[in-house]
Structure formats: structure tokens, C-alpha cells
Design a binder for this molecule. Structure first.
Ligand SMILES: Cc1cc2nc3c(=O)[nH]c(=O)nc-3n(C[C@H](O)[C@H](O)[C@H](O)COP(=O)(O)OP(=O)(O)OC[C@H]3O[C@@H](n4cnc5c(N)ncnc54)[C@H](O)[C@@H]3O)c2cc1C
Length: 665
């Protein structure tokens, strides 16, 4: 308001000056010169002086300047009248401004009062009722909830990792009342130390804000599917649990590392959260500090600088590579004695005969050679038996020999297991039998929930593969278009495409229809009989594997689900439902979900960083291994997978800093 008043005063002065300037054109030349001098002076002097000069001019030349040239001779009376009317105007203007200010202040106060009352009503948890199986408070509204959200379908997303963030990014604003519940901020990827943790973290609140979603830093401890209530506890267990109701629920809570009940697992580090990464970094630094002490014995120094990774999958391998980079390159900047560098030892213990054994064999071989050049010790065909405070005990599969390895830090990274929430869900539902993850259908709906209200994505879930054999008759009858009791090549081709649309996971197995047809047409009749198709389906059923627990899968599932939830919201709003198609489920009353296409995974290749080199497996024998070019490929994928422009920029900055540091060295 004050600023506006000052602006107004300035404009007024400017206006007076302009009026004077335009009016002076009508003055007699002599007076024009006189006026010009004064107004120029007025314009050039400071504001205060300018206004004096202008008012002098006004006193000298009465207000109606247009008529001055005609009746220039002014009288003492006119001057007095003008001064009076000017004074009146000033009074009126001031009164008007004061009045307006009061009106603004009054409305502002009233608005604040209304807002305060609204906030008071919404305050948590003033008027919640108790209910549900445990008679807990049911948080039917949230602290930052708007009235306009009250009647929207409640969508709750559990988790803030790869899967959850992809759903959020895909969801359209204002379609649902969205609540994201997770005990920690986003962790797109964890690393040892070559990258700053701030470069990898993006506050989930910023992401959620994009679709006006609410965020609760808490964890879901149980779900009551009958009453559609989620039992939630604050992340630090600081207060009693409460319920959050839902209409649609997305479970994207990730997984834990599988520990196989190994004795002494508590001495191991895990790498799942940013806190894990920080703890690892701290342990490494502490070990270096202790190793640098003059009284530390050479044996103890070697132990402190021995780093063991249990698990030779992509996570363990990447960790070992980054750890090695960090230990050999980054520790220099901390000015540790160079002798320590020579004592560093990194070992990988792998239960199968190669590291990266899910990749193409050429890739495993390349990685093993690279690691042996870097003096990374690879112990294959070995099973960890127990972990002691300073020592790990393992058994070689080949000859049963039991060996020991001293360590200063051990990282456990072998497979995935259920976390307490998914375990409790699995135990509750009859249809859930898998011990590692929640089972979903190919529309990512949780098995055992009949009304399509619960989805599970990412590491915490696994998509059930179809059993083609179980639908053999139906497929055979559908495919036999001319009803002659066998399938011609053309009929088989059409059938294969149809099966692929309904069960996208089968696409890659049915892709080469001509080769398949030739192989299973055992009597070489040029057609496929029922028994020949059965043999083919049995083989395909056996070959089909589950999708891997990777960020790539979680990301694609999240994207698919986000899009689908938008379509569902739209169908509810418009009452327009998608018409049935090849992929629709054949049930009497299919819901929208049954009519929309199933999830289809597109494998874009598996990448792994192996320390100033990278490997890529694109499937079907396509691989890429190498130094700089592969590292750039790996980096660009890593870069594109970042969740925001901020994390991308910080990542780019980290890599640039690292590049210049390497150049300097
Ligand atoms: C070190 C490391 C490196 C990896 N590198 C790669 C790679 O290069 N490429 C690749 O494809 N994959 C990689 N992965 C695997 C990848 O990170 C996972 O597959 C991916 O994160 C799975 O996504 P998600 O959303 O299912 O689970 P996560 O990303 O693990 O997220 C789970 C979320 O759920 C939250 N949560 C947990 N419990 C609860 C609860 N009870 N209630 C509410 N929220 C909960 C967690 O806080 C977290 O936010 C790597 C994994 C690790 C550990």
C-alpha cells in the first residue's frame, strides 16, 4: 500500500510536469523562456525541490494554462481562489486514501479470520472418529486438505522410490485426492562417495506438489482390505498409529535384502537408503583414520582396509567398482598417507560361478577380467556361512573347504526379501503364496483383492506369468478360424499375436512364429494339431521368467499405472467406458481395469558400471562393453533416470568436477 502511494505521488508529480510542459507551448515567448528555465530546473532538481519549483510555477501561472496566453494578467483574487481549491483537493484526496486504506485493512483482517477458522476446523486430529479393526483414529481429512478435494476418490501411494515417483509423475492433477506415505525422502539411487548424496535426492514433497498430492512422512504397518484402511505410524514411531482411508491403493514399498538367516548378519552393511550410504561412507573414513594412526599394527591396518562385498549381482558389482574408485582416487583428496592406498583390498564373494551371471556370458567374462586388472579379488562358487565382528567365514562349493577373510567393512547385497508390510499382506491373503514378493496379475492388481482397488509395483511385487497350457483348448478353438481341427501357419500367426496382446510377457517367446511353427509341427503336416500346440505351450510356460527387481521395471510399471489411473478417473467422470478388445478379460462383468491393456515391459537393456568402464546387455545376444564410450552410455542412462532438473544438474556438476580432478592428477 505504501509503495503504491509513493508511486501515485511520483506519477502525480510527473503528470504535473507534463501538464506544465504541454501548457507552456501556449505561452507568450518571453514567458515561455522563463517557464522553460523553471520547469527544466524543476525536472533536474531532486523531487522535493522539483515539486517546489512546479508549485512556484503554478503560483506564477494559474492552473488553466491553456488560457494563459489569452488572459495572462492574473489578479490577486484568482491566486487566492486557486490556492483554496488546491487545498480542498488535497484534503479530499488524503481523506479518500485514508478511507481506502481502512477498507483494505478491514477486508484483509476479515479474510485472515475466515482462513484461521478454516484451518482450525482442519487441524489434526481434532475431530477424528475411532474405528477399524484396532479402534484407532481414522484420519478422514489431512492438515493441508482443501474443501474441493473432499469428494474426490482417495488414492494412497505407499513408498517414494522409483515405482511411486513414476506413478506421481504420470498422474494428472486434480483427478484424485492423492496421499503419498513414506518414511523417507526419495532415493533414486545410492552410491558410495563419488557422487554427492544431495545430487541424488529430491524431496518427495516437491514432486508431490506437482499434482497437489499430500505427503506424510510415516510408514504403513498393516492394511485392512475389508474396510479399506491403512494403519500408519510416524516414521520415528513417536506416536500411536492411526488409519488412513483409501479408495485406491498403490503399494510401492520396495524390498529388503535377502539374508538367508546367516548368523552374524547384523555386522553387515546394507545399501538401500541414503542413511545406509552415509553410514558406509563414515565407516570407510573411520577405517582410514584408524589405519593412519602410528600405533596401528600392519595386520590391523590390512583388516581395516579390507572391504568385502557379498553378492556378485549388478548391485554388488557396481558397489565394488565405485568403492574401488573412491578408495583409490577420492581418498587422495583427504591427504591420507599414500601407503594406505597400496593396502586397500576389495573382495566380492559370489555364490555362482561368475559375477553378473544374469548378463550375457561375454559380459561376465569382461567384468571379471577388468576387476582382476584392478586387483579386485573375486571369490566365486562360495557360500557365506557366518559373519563375525571382524571376519567373514565362507565355504567353497567345489571342495567344501572353509575359508576366512578379515574385513573392515562388509556389504550384504544378495537378492531381495519382503519387508514387514509386504510380509503381513502376504500372510493375510490366501492368493499370495510367493515368499519373496507380492503377486499381481498382469494389470498389476494385487492377487486376492477382487475389486481392483489395490495395486503393487516395483521390487515389492512380481507379475504372475500366465499358464498357456491351462487355456490350451480355448486358444486352439479361437485360433482355428476355419474350424477344420488344426491350425494353419496363418492361423497360428494370428493366434500368436492375440496371445501376445493379452499376455505381453509371452511376446518374446512367440516372436519368431515361423521357427516355432516349423519346430513344433513334428509330423511335418504343414499344420499344428492340438497336441503339437500343447507341447509348444508347455515349453513356453517353463521358459517364462519373472521380471527382474530393477529400477527399470519399477519405473515402467509406475508409468503404466499412473496412466491407467488417469483413464479410470476419466471413465468415472464421463461414464464412458473403454470398449472390449483382444486384451480384455473374459468375465461377465469386467470393470474398467479389465478392459484396459495389461502391463507390457520393454527391456531396454541392463547396464552396469565396473569402474572406468561399463557393460550393457540388450538381450538376444546384443552386448556393449568398453571404457569411455560405455561409461558415457551408462552415465547418460543414469542421467536420464534422474527425477528432476535439479538432481540432473547436480549430477552433471559432480561428474564434471570428477573429470577435472582426474585430469589434474
Ligand atoms: C545400490 C543399488 C544400486 C542399484 N542400481 C540399479 C541400477 O543401476 N539399475 C536398476 O535398474 N536398478 C538398480 N537398483 C535396483 C533399484 O534401485 C530398485 O529396483 C528400485 O529402487 C525399485 O523401486 P521401488 O519403487 O520398487 O522400491 P524403492 O526404490 O526401494 O522404494 C521403496 C520406497 O518405499 C518406502 N517404504 C518402505 N517401507 C514402507 C512402508 N512400510 N510404508 C511406506 N513406505 C515404505 C521406502 O522408504 C522407499 O521410499 C539398485 C539398487 C541398489 C540398492
Amino acid at each position: 500500500m505504501l509503495r503504491n502511494l509513493a508511486k501515485f505521488a511520483r506519477l502525480r508529480k510527473q503528470f504535473s510536469y507534463n501538464q506544465l510542459s504541454s501548457s507552456h507551448k501556449t505561452l507568450h515567448l518571453k514567458h515561455r523562456l522563463l517557464f522553460l528555465g523553471q520547469t527544466r530546473q524543476a525536472h533536474l532538481s531532486t523531487l522535493g525541490r522539483a515539486s517546489n519549483a512546479i508549485s512556484n510555477s503554478i503560483h506564477k501561472y494559474p492552473t488553466n494554462f491553456r488560457h494563459i496566453s489569452r488572459k495572462f494578467a492574473s489578479t490577486a483574487n484568482t491566486e487566492e481562489t486557486t490556492t483554496k481549491s488546491k487545498f480542498k483537493k488535497k484534503i479530499l484526496l488524503t481523506a479518500f486514501l485514508i478511507g481506502a486504506t481502512f477498507v483494505v485493512i478491514y477486508f484483509d483482517y476479515k479474510f485472515a479470520q475466515v482462513e484461521a477458522i478454516e484451518n482450525e476446523i482442519k487441524e489434526f486430529p481434532s475431530n477424528f472418529e475411532r474405528g477399524g479393526p484396532k479402534n484407532l483414529l481414522i484420519a478422514t481429512h489431512l492438515t493441508d486438505e482443501k474443501d474441493s478435494e473432499a469428494n474426490k476418490m482417495r488414492l494412497v501411494i505407499l513408498g517414494s522410490g522409483w515405482g511411486a515417483v513414476s506413478v506421481i509423475n504420470e498422474l494428472e492433477k486434480d483427478q484424485y485426492h492423492v496421499t503419498v506415505i513414506s518414511p523417507q525422502p526419495l532415493l533414486p539411487s545410492a552410491t558410495v562417495g563419488t557422487l554427492e548424496t544431495r545430487s541424488l535426492l529430491e524431496p518427495i514433497r516437491c514432486i508431490a506438489r506437482g499434482i497437489s498430492a499430500h505427503f506424510l512422512e510415516a510408514k504403513a504397518s498393516e492394511i485392512c482390505f475389508n474396510e479399506k484402511l491403512i494403519e500408519v505410524v510416524p516414521a520415528d514411531d513417536s506416536s500411536e498409529p492411526f488409519y488412513i482411508p483409501y479408495d485406491k491403493l498403490v503399494i510401492a514399498v520396495g524390498s529388503l535384502s535377502s539374508t538367508y538367516g546367516i548368523e552374524g548378519i547384523k555386522y553387515c552393511h546394507f545399501l538401500k537408503t541414503i542413511n545406509d550410504a552415509r553410514r558406509i561412507r563414515k565407516t570407510i573414513m573411520d577405517n582410514f583414520e584408524k589405519a593412519a594412526l602410528p600405533i596401528t599394527s600392519p595386520e590391523e591396518r590390512r583388516r581395516l582396509l579390507s572391504f568385502v562385498v557379498c553378492g556378485g549381482g549388478p548391485t554388488g558389482v557396481e558397489f565394488a567398482a565405485e568403492l574401488y574408485d573412491f578408495l583409490t582416487e577420492d581418498m587422495v583428496k583427504y591427504q591420507f598417507p599414500s601407503v594406505l592406498r597400496n593396502e586397500v583390498k576389495v573382495s566380492i564373494i559370489q555364490s555362482s560361478d561368475h559375477i553378473l551371471n544374469t548378463y550375457d556370458a561375454k559380459i561376465s567374462e569382461f567384468a571379471e577380467k577388468k576387476f582382476s586388472r584392478d586387483n579386485i579379488n573375486i571369490i566365486t562358487n562360495a557360500r557365506v556361512q557366518k559373519v563375525e565382528p571382524n571376519r567373514i567365514v565362507y565355504k567353497l562349493k567345489s571342495n567344501g573347504e572353509v575359508k576366512e577373510l578379515d574385513y573392515g567393512l562388509v556389504l550384504w547385497s544378495t537378492g531381495i526379501a519382503m519387508n514387514p508390510l509386504t510380509k503381513s499382506i502376504s500372510e493375510k491373503l490366501e492368493a499370495q503364496k510367493n515368499i519373496r514378493a507380492l503377486i499381481t496379475d498382469n494389470r498389476l492388481r494385487l492377487k486376492g483383492i477382487p475389486d481392483s482397488s489395490v495395486y503393487a509395483i516395483g521390487d515389492c511385487s512380481t507379475v504372475e506369468n500366465p499358464k498357456l497350457v491351462q487355456q490350451l483348448m480355448q486358444f486352439f478353438v479361437d485360433g482355428d478360424a476355419d474350424k477344420n481341427g488344426n491350425l494353419s501357419y496363418k492361423e497360428f500367426q494370428t493366434l500368436a499375436k492375440k496371445i501376445g496382446r493379452r499376455y505381453p510377457i509371452t511376446k518374446s517367446y512367440l516372436k519368431k512364429a515361423d521357427t516355432l511353427f516349423a519346430r513344433y509341427d513334428q509330423d511335418k503336416s504343414g499344420t499344428l494339431e492340438l497336441e503339437e500346440l500343447r507341447a509348444m505351450f508347455e515349453d513356453i510356460d517353463k521358459k517364462m521368467t519373472s521380471l527382474p527387481a530393477t529400477a527399470q521395471v519399477a519405473h515402467q510399471q509406475g508409468k503404466y499405472l499412473g496412466k491407467k489411473l488417469n483413464q479410470i478417473a476419466l471413465a468415472h467422470k464421463t461414464n464412458l467406458y473403454p470398449s472390449p478388445s483382444d486384451y480384455s478379460v473374459d468375465i461377465e462383468n469386467p470393470d474398467i481395469d479389465d478392459r484396459l491393456p495389461p502391463f507390457s515391459y520393454a527391456h531396454l537393456g541392463s547396464l552396469a558400471y565396473i569402474g572406468n568402464a561399463a557393460v550393457a546387455d540388450f538381450g538376444m545376444g546384443w552386448t556393449w562393453m568398453g571404457g569411455l564410450s560405455a561409461v558415457y552410455l551408462w552415465r547418460s542412462v543414469y542421467f536420464s533416470e534422474q527425477v528432476s532438473l535439479r538432481t540432473r544438474s547436480l549430477l552433471a556438476l559432480d561428474w564434471t568436477k570428477r573429470y577435472f580432478k582426474v585430469l589434474r592428477e
